[in-house]
Design a protein around this ligand. Structure first.
Ligand code: ATP
Ligand code: MG
Length: 423
């Protein structure tokens, strides 16, 4: 009857973020809050589940997401709910529902949180993944598109992501895109039998998405396909040129790639991606574009919008590749020996923590050697040693872990020693 209890593992494609990696996540999130704040963005937090219909309409019936990737379920009341596969539809829903679109149409929101898509898990591709994104609503100026790109670009560099390229394109608008789609369809029809099954389906519904297929054979077949710029109307061309002009004025580097299409139905004109060659086929770190028409299609008025979403797993993989050593933590580790020392340092530790200083210790359970090992494993900046000798003298040995320098401080003076006095 010695049955072991069942062991649990996380759901396939859904990962834990454990320390110390979580520290990197926190830094990324802090960088996002800092940079986005400088551009006038405020945080918006929306629920993780929405009525399924919101994504059907907001993401688009003919997208891979809605066709086969959503986590949709019936709740106990019989309503069909879906775990959000992306953030824009929810943000726009909230923008409309709160009435913000009427009282103050110009809004800058950023969000961060988990998204859910039932894809084939691989490096940089999960079923639960974390996005940081932004939406700039109420402006149709091309400068707004460029400003979003400038902000994401600054955020990426402040997070320590190197080797990222901004690629831009324009998908045209409902006036000019149909003629492009028709030309593309005619071109693709010629090699229909050689396209993958997904692309054959895309042909009828949204041929542009064939250009985005990850299948190499399809990519080969689309070489020589009609090119978007040949079909842009004057308005789209002028918009595109202004985006480039604004990027140049802001000193943001970019390349033009007329093959960028977005997986979501509602994009028009500007589409862009931040790509890297360092993550295999998961090469897009961030992606975004303009989506005028979405607010209206979700029940609001005709308010334009532009936004971008970034995958944190991919960003973290990229930052980790740069292998910059983590800087020493501003952490003080107390190496304590014996019961008397344990109670002598307890009030000191408490005072320090109350003053906002980060303190770690292991309750004096282990040997001096193993406590020291733990201190360096945690990358502590300072170690405070309190053993029998120190107790006898009423002092602690304070060791700077970077320089190796060590000096004595009276135990009762430790709080003042560490807490910076603001004058
Ligand atoms: P991909 O072409 O790689 O599937 P996507 O076009 O579906 O990306 P978006 O919907 O634009 O991606 O989402 C924006 C960003 O979110 C992507 O650039 C990527 O960094 C991240 N992302 C999207 N899907 C996943 C996923 N399944 N796992 C991890 N990150 C993801
Ligand atoms: Mg995808």
């Amino acid at each position: 009857m010695n049955q072991r209890p069942q062991k649990f593992t996380a759901v396939k494609g859904m990962a834990d973020v454990m320390p110390p990696e979580s520290r990197l996540w926190q830094k990324v999130e802090a960088a996002a809050r800092g940079v986005f704040g400088c551009y006038g963005y405020s945080e918006i937090r929306t629920p993780i589940a929405e009525p399924t219909e919101l994504f059907r309409r907001g993401v688009g019936e003919n997208t891979a997401i809605v066709e086969k990737e959503m986590y949709t379920f019936e709740d106990r009341g019989g309503e069909s709910l879906t775990l959000r596969p992306e953030g824009t539809a929810s943000v726009v829903r909230a923008y409309i529902e709160s009435g913000a679109f009427l009282s103050e149409p110009l809004a800058r929101y950023y969000y961060m949180g988990p998204m859910f898509r039932r894809e084939r898990p691989q490096k940089g591709r999960q079923r639960q993944f974390f996005q940081i994104g932004c939406e700039l609503l109420g402006v149709d100026s091309p400068i707004a598109d460029a400003e979003v790109m400038a902000m994401i670009s600054q955020f990426l560099s402040e997070s320590g992501a190197a080797d990222v390229t901004l690629e831009i394109n324009s998908l045209g608008c409902p006036d000019c895109r149909p003629s492009f789609n028709a030309a593309l369809l005619a071109f693709l029809k010629k090699s229909e039998s050689k396209l993958c099954a997904d692309c054959v389906r895309r042909l009828e519904r949204n041929p542009m998405r064939v250009l985005d297929c990850k299948n190499e054979a399809c990519a080969e077949l689309t070489k020589g396909a009609p090119s978007l710029p040949d079909y842009w109307c004057e308005t789209c061309r002028a918009h595109y040129d202004e985006v480039k002009r604004a990027l140049a004025a802001m000193g943001v580097a970019y390349v033009e790639n007329y093959r960028i299409v977005r997986g979501l139905d509602y994009y028009m004109r500007t589409a862009f991606e931040f790509t890297t060659t360092k993550l295999g086929s998961q090469n897009a770190v961030a992606a975004g574009g303009r989506y005028d028409g979405l607010v209206k299609s979700l029940g609001g008025t005709d308010v334009p919008g532009v936004g971008c979403a970034l995958g944190v797993e991919r960003l973290v993989l990229l930052i980790e590749q740069n292998k910059e050593p983590l800087p020493a933590e501003d952490l003080i580790f107390f190496v304590v020996m014996g019961d008397r020392a344990r109670f002598e340092v307890l009030p000191v530790i408490q005072t320090l923590r109350r003053d906002g200083v980060r303190v770690e210790w292991d309750f004096a359970i282990h040997s001096l050697k193993s406590q020291m090992r733990r201190a360096s494993k945690l990358n502590a900046e300072t170690v405070v040693i309190v053993g029998d000798d120190e107790i006898a003298k009423g002092v602690a040995s304070v060791k700077d872990m970077r320089s190796g320098e060590q000096h004595e401080v009276r135990i009762k003076d430790l709080p003042q020693h560490f807490v910076q006095v603001d004058i």
